[in-house]
Design a protein around this ligand. Sequence first.
Ligand code: SF4
Ligand code: SF4
Length: 225
Amino acid sequence: MNFAMALDYQSCIDCKACEVACKEENGVQLGADKQRIWVTQSEKSIFGEPFVVLHPSQCNHCQDAPCVDVCPTGASYFAIGGIVMSNKETCILCRGCMEACPYDARFVDDTHVAVDKCTFCYDTRIVKGEMTTACQATCPTKVRLFGDLDDEEGELVQLLKHRKFYVLKENEGTVPKLFYLLPEHDMNYAMNSVNEETNIYTWDEFKPLIEKAKTKRSSQWQDIQ
Ligand code: SF4
Ligand code: SF4
């Protein structure tokens, strides 16, 4: 198992259903700055016509996660399937992980006095054998697809084999596992929603990076919640 998510970001309508579902499912604090998942907006224009690109985001569950490396207590760790976790009981709120994360994916949960972040619904769903997340299950426009990168016949890998994609902040070397699917039928939108440095991948091109990082890190994956 190697859990990951693809995001068909052109279909996002910023309805916030995923954010609400995540908070309800995981008991996340209320408040706009207390989020496990969020949507960023960037304004672009095509031939003078303005439009907005929406990027739903959350923890990238990086294969080579710097947040795990810096944690002095082991509160940040890899669970089975390479899901990056944050343990509220052992977190001492030193915030090292927040500084190490290039994606700004962590926040302070004042209720538990600990750092919190997306867990891919590991403790509420995945350990029970479910193969979906609250955000995926709730999204009305089917932006998100959670799945297993080790399952070549599974829906996620099949999708990645048929669509080109990119990852965010690739130059940070974290090997992130959120795959942004390049829009297929509107190349103007597609090309304007990335920048000049963005590498566009096929699955065959990206798979070796995933396998190399998994080989390096999977011995650290722990079977605890
Ligand atoms: S996105 Fe940030 S919090 Fe999530 S695994 Fe990567 S470095 Fe850690
Ligand atoms: S804030 Fe908590 S989880 Fe983050 S590095 Fe410090 S002890 Fe680890």
